[in-house]
Design a protein around this ligand. Structure first.
Ligand code: ADP
Length: 167
């Protein structure tokens, strides 16, 4: 695997990287899972900034500051809700990874951590989502060597095992 890619197990809000990615919903007003954890750790100013953004369509991303997080930025990515796989879910998920990485380049972000977008409350099958995540990150890094580090932050053992197998 490319040396820039690493799997870490734990809480994404604790990672000391330039940017963490949030698995947000389209309102950008917070929610459960990793989204709730990020808002709790960043503090209320994050929600104030998110309110001004007026939402975000599926597959797109929005950048905010990280406030009380160790990370300087949060890249909010809106993953697809799983609906059987025939409704463009794969492409929307791929777009989240591509758009987040492009935003990183645009803002001179050199290290970035992703959660397993859409695989929690949104119900995307884990193995299928992981294959998309790994493929998109690899393809992007091949073309953009200015990114030094991409962490796949896995919150549980099962997710970490699937990432290890896939990489
Ligand atoms: P979605 O709605 O996109 O499915 P979830 O937050 O429900 O988003 O889940 C996405 C992934 O994030 C799941 O693997 C979940 O276990 C994981 N997760 C939840 N909390 C955290 C956290 N604090 N750090 C990293 N990953 C987390």
């Amino acid at each position: 695997m490319p040396e820039q890619i690493k799997i870490v197990e734990g809480d994404i809000t604790e990672l000391e990287v330039d940017a963490i990615v949030n698995a947000a919903n389209s309102s950008l007003l917070g929610g459960g899972g990793v989204d709730g954890a990020i808002h709790r750790a960043a503090g209320p100013k994050l929600l104030d900034e998110c309110r001004k953004l007026g939402g975000c369509p599926t597959g797109e991303v929005r950048l905010t500051k990280g406030y009380d997080l160790p990370a300087k930025y949060v890249i909010h990515a809106v993953g697809p809700v799983w609906d059987g796989g025939g409704h463009g879910e794969d492409e929307s998920l791929a777009n989240c990874y591509r758009n987040a990485l492009q935003t990183a380049i645009d803002h001179k972000i050199h290290s970035i951590a992703f959660p397993a977008i859409s695989t929690g409350i949104y119900g995307f099958p884990l193995k299928r989502a992981t294959e998309i995540a790994v493929r998109e990150v690899r393809e992007f890094l091949d073309k953009h060597p200015q990114i030094d580090e991409v962490l796949f932050c896995c919150f549980d053992d099962r997710t970490a095992r699937v990432y290890e197998e896939t990489l």
